[in-house]
Design a protein around this ligand. Structure first.
Ligand SMILES: C[S@@+](CC[C@H](N)C(=O)[O-])C[C@H]1O[C@@H](n2cnc3c(N)ncnc32)[C@H](O)[C@@H]1O
Length: 270
């Protein structure tokens, strides 16, 4: 990985230690900040990206902007649900309290936080993310970000379990019927650049398309549904064998759904 970890110019010994730990975890160099500007560090080490550990958490500086953990639309979506409004993702997944969800493409965890809120304390949600840097930022935020005014949102964050893994490997290793819902939100084939909250992670993210094999494994692993988010009208839905899509009439996003049945031992259907 062509990356270094540093800190702000004036900082605490505990932050320097945290930066060293992050560098170790990512197997990249820790570079003391000293008097260097970030531009000077980028030039000196010929980098496109670097991580600056601050008192409010790690920040990745990418060519597309700064990337750090934030709630994005999760807070608004949860408040909308509490006000009795509809959330297309929640409807597509058929989410109810106590359900289990495997989010194969965790990213910034906005969708996972909304799902975590709906399935509640007795539900289970695991998010998979193949990019080590995105995993770092998202896990840090899920464990440390606190919304004092809305403790139920903080609790929803803490319940999302994160694994730095490729979903193809994980799905292949999971038993049948392991989760109620398996969810994919891949980097869109035709990105919606102007409105996308994923722009800052574009250079860090895994850009591979979802394969029919992954969908087939997901159908084996899911008891109820496999759901894929894509741009409305995308040919990805047909390519992945998804005939049912839901989404707002004027929304640029749709959710493709495959209904799954619980699998019986021996490979049959009940
Ligand atoms: C569009 S973002 C997901 C955004 C997320 N739903 C949210 O609400 O923040 C897609 C993410 O999936 C990750 N990803 C893509 N392919 C993957 C794979 N095979 N295994 C695990 N993660 C993957 C990318 O690195 C990226 O972070």
């Amino acid at each position: 990985m062509n990356l270094i970890v540093t800190t702000a110019q004036q900082t605490l010994p505990s932050i320097i230690q945290q930066a060293k730990d992050i560098a170790d975890k990512l197997a990249v160099p820790f570079v003391p900040r000293n008097h260097y500007s970030l531009a000077a560090l980028k030039e000196k080490y010929e980098l496109n990206e670097l991580i600056v550990v601050t008192t409010t958490g790690p920040i990745v500086h990418t060519p597309a902007g700064e990337y750090f953990f934030h709630l994005s639309m999760a807070e608004l979506r949860i408040k909308n649900l509490l006000n009795g409004n509809h959330d297309h993702m929640v409807t597509a997944m058929g989410l109810m309290p106590d359900m289990s969800v495997l989010d194969c493409t965790l990213g910034l965890a906005t969708d996972a936080i909304v799902a975590s809120f709906v399935i509640g304390e007795k539900g289970m949600i695991i998010g998979l993310e193949s990019s080590p840097v995105i995993t770092l930022i998202t896990s840090y935020g899920l464990q440390n970000f606190t919304l004092d005014s809305e403790p139920y949102i903080t609790k929803a964050l803490r319940r999302v379990k994160v694994e730095n893994a490729d979903y193809s490997d994980q799905l292949a290793a999971l038993p049948d019927n392991s989760f109620d819902v398996v969810y994919f939100d891949p980097m869109f084939r035709d990105p919606i650049l102007k409105s996308s909250n994923v722009n800052p992670i574009r250079t860090l993210a895994n850009m591979q398309p979802v394969t029919p094999e992954a969908i087939s494994q997901a159908c084996r692993v899911a008891k109820q549904k496999v759901v894929v988010k894509e741009a409305a009208g995308s040919s990805e839905f047909a390519r992945l064998g998804m005939n049912t899509t839901v989404g707002g009439k004027y929304s640029s996003i749709n959710y493709g759904i495959i209904e799954c049945k619980p699998k019986m031992a021996g490979g049959g259907q009940p």
